[in-house]
Write a protein that binds this ligand. Structure first.
Ligand code: AMP
Length: 190
């Protein structure tokens, strides 16, 4: 299996680049944000719980997120591999991911971290809100909170993968094609 963590702050381009990567390598795309949004739309118990956190720009609690991710992985046991987009966002989630990939006799190959500076993220998210219809993209206070949560709780997850020699930083500024080519080149040569 080829398992990749696509990492980066909100607005770094994880969703866009994930689409390119799954197309080329035939991977299953697992975006925890997308799964939460589908549950909110379907008014499931999980969706109702997740909504209050998402609307405030906070992380959904680890236990809930880890259980959900685990069941999505197990639904796709025959996959060629996974691209994890928006997960793990805490060190607890990273450790849980390693553990259940062991159950499947596999592991993470590499974490690709898209680096984009804060002002550019704010501009991109404001632009995205016009087409995404996402309430959490439209409110500057919620955006600021998401970036704050990224810096305090999520950015440290880089070290988890650095310690395993699986961390690669990617310049997230440039055209979509340029960034895709940077990602492909690391995946092919790592
Ligand atoms: P995203 O689509 O990745 O920007 O995620 C949207 C929102 O979903 C985040 O701001 C969090 O509230 C929630 N979320 C997504 N992934 C996770 C995760 N791995 N852990 C906790 N909360 C998450």
């Amino acid at each position: 299996m080829l398992n990749i963590v696509l990492f980066g702050p909100p607005g770094a381009g994880k969703g866009t680049q994930s689409e390119r990567i799954i197309e080329k390598y035939g991977l299953v795309h697992l975006s925890t944000g997308d799964v939460f949004r589908a549950n909110i739309k379907g008014e499931t118990e999980l969706g109702i719980l997740a909504k209050s956190y998402i609307d405030a720009g906070k992380l959904v609690p680890d236990e809930v997120t880890i259980n959900m991710l685990r069941s999505e992985v197990l639904k796709n046991e025959a996959a060629k591999g996974f691209i994890f987009d928006g997960f793990p966002r805490t060190n607890n989630q990273a450790a849980a991911l390693d553990n259940f990939l062991i159950e499947l006799n596999t592991s993470i190959k590499v974490m690709l971290a898209l680096e984009v500076e804060e002002n550019e993220l704010k501009t991109r998210l404001a632009k995205r809100s016009e087409i995404s219809g996402r309430a959490d993209d439209a409110n500057p206070e919620v955006i600021a909170n998401r970036i704050h949560v990224y810096n305090s709780e999520t950015a440290p997850v880089k070290e988890f993968y650095q310690e395993q020699n699986k961390f690669v930083s990617i310049d997230g500024i440039g055209s979509i094609d340029e960034i895709t080519n940077r990602l492909f080149s690391v995946i092919d040569n790592f």
